[in-house]
Write a protein that binds this ligand. Structure first.
Ligand SMILES: *Cc1c(COP(=O)(O)O)cnc(C)c1O
Length: 412
């Protein structure tokens, strides 16, 4: 006998996810994902794959031919990019200003690449001049950075990065998981070679697919390391090129062959995730990217204004905030986890905790994708105010919502 309590139908509560991601998926995305499955070489399926390539080019701000999906969460995209772009023994330069900069370093270490970092303290970004000096000193084969690092809620400016990379003969890689679909991604204008993302933040989908764009220059380096027909090659440079890519699943040369006209068999494309990723892009482009970025900006500005009206202090450099997630100090004497619990139990709202040096010191409150909406920002602020008040924190009651409302309207 099945215990109905252990094996009940999945029926999650209707939570409003206002943390740093994941967020609630757009209903159209969930509907698209329930469509029937196709074989991976079915002409309808390969047509959907080609449509996905076309739909993600504007979202990445690029004309790159190689614009597609890596199957897996955003981290799969990061790992595929790094393992394919850099060879053991080569040196990378990591622009490091938060937890996801540390992740880049960890993956580079596993690959056997060398790296140096150019750093900013958590809550700040790295000045472009500092990146340039570091690049001239290190002469890296690859410069990599996060765009919006959700751990600190800071967005690294990237205009000019491509010019620096060309000056030193490096390729560039950006993790834009937290910003894609919410803040402008401009692969071609930035002159950046490879960018990866995820669905579960500003694109308003579930996690499990990693959109990627790859410049021709990066593709050339990746293909030069390619496997032979049997997928095997001598482990080290035999023909003037570097060792073959140290992963089968994340070998972007093989993934590109599968997404190309050749349709060489590799993995089985994750059909339902592809439907979801395709619908995320259609929703974003249907709204219009400019309008979408404006909506995220309005949500961020409104959230910030509401939090400040409560008497709270925001974390980090005002000039470089991500628009879609806001860090705020937990006030002295307030139990941050008890507030998060009360938000969840009384209001069905989730806000984010923090990592590392910021654990227990800040909350991270997001307004991303389908949740970057005026009413969701206002409800979150009203709930936070009520929970702080119930815990005995002295704050001006009723100030947050009007402040947020007028900030939203000003920002639109
Ligand atoms: C959320 C986030 C990720 C998450 O990766 P997953 O594998 O999808 O969990 C990666 N990078 C950044 C900058 C993020 O904000």
């Amino acid at each position: 006998m099945l215990d109905p309590l252990l094996f009940g139908e999945i029926d999650p509560p209707q939570r409003l996810l206002m943390g740093p991601g994941p967020v609630n998926a757009h209903p159209r995305v969930l509907r698209a994902m329930s469509a029937d499955l196709l074989g991976q070489f079915d002409p309808e399926m390969t047509a959907y794959m080609n449509q996905v390539m076309a739909l993600y080019r504007p979202i990445f701000g690029t004309g790159n031919r190689w614009t597609m999906l890596v199957d897996g969460t955003a981290r799969a995209g990061i790992e595929a990019a790094l393992v394919s772009l850099i060879q053991p023994g080569e040196t990378a330069l990591v622009v490091n200003f938060g937890r996801f900069g540390l992740l880049l370093q960890e993956i580079l270490t596993r690959i056997g690449a060398r790296f140096e970092t150019v750093d900013a303290p958590w809550g700040q970004v790295v000045p472009m001049e500092a990146i340039r000096y570091a690049a001239l000193r290190v002469r890296p084969a690859l410069i990599c950075s996060v765009h919006g690092d959700t751990s600190t809620t800071m967005a690294q400016p990237l205009d000019g990065l491509g010019a620096i990379a060309r000056e030193v003969g490096a390729l560039t890689y950006i993790d834009a998981t937290a910003t894609i679909g919410g803040m402008e991604i401009a692969a071609d204008r930035w002159g950046v070679d490879v960018i990866t993302g995820g669905l579960q933040k500003c694109l308003g989908g579930p996690s499990g697919s990693a959109p990627i764009t790859i410049s021709d220059a990066a593709a050339e380096k990746i293909f030069a390391r390619r496997h032979d027909e049997k997928g095997i090659r001598s482990p080290d440079a035999v023909d003037g090129h570097g060792p073959r890519i140290g992963s089968n699943y994340f070998d972007l040369a093989m993934v590109m062959d599968y997404w190309s006209e050749k349709r060489l068999n590799h993995h089985t494309e994750a059909t339902s995730m592809l439907y979801g990723a395709r619908e995320c892009a259609r929703v974003a482009l249907g709204e219009g990217l400019e309008a979408r970025y404006r909506r995220h900006r309005a949500a961020g500005v409104a959230m910030s204004a509401g939090l400040r009206a409560m008497g709270l202090t925001l974390f980090g450099d005002d000039a470089h905030r991500m628009t879609n997630v806001t860090g705020v100090y937990i006030p002295d004497g307030v139990d941050g986890e008890a507030i998060r619990r009360a938000m969840r139990e009384h209001f069905e709202i989730e806000i984010g905790t923090a990592f590392g040096p910021l654990a227990g010191r800040i909350w991270r409150i997001g307004a991303m994708g389908y949740n970057a909406m005026k009413h969701k920002v206002l409800i979150t602020l009203a709930a936070l105010e009520a929970c702080l008040n119930a815990q005995g924190f002295n704050l001006p009651m009723g100030a947050a919502v009007p402040a947020a409302l007028s900030a939203w309207d000003d920002a639109q």
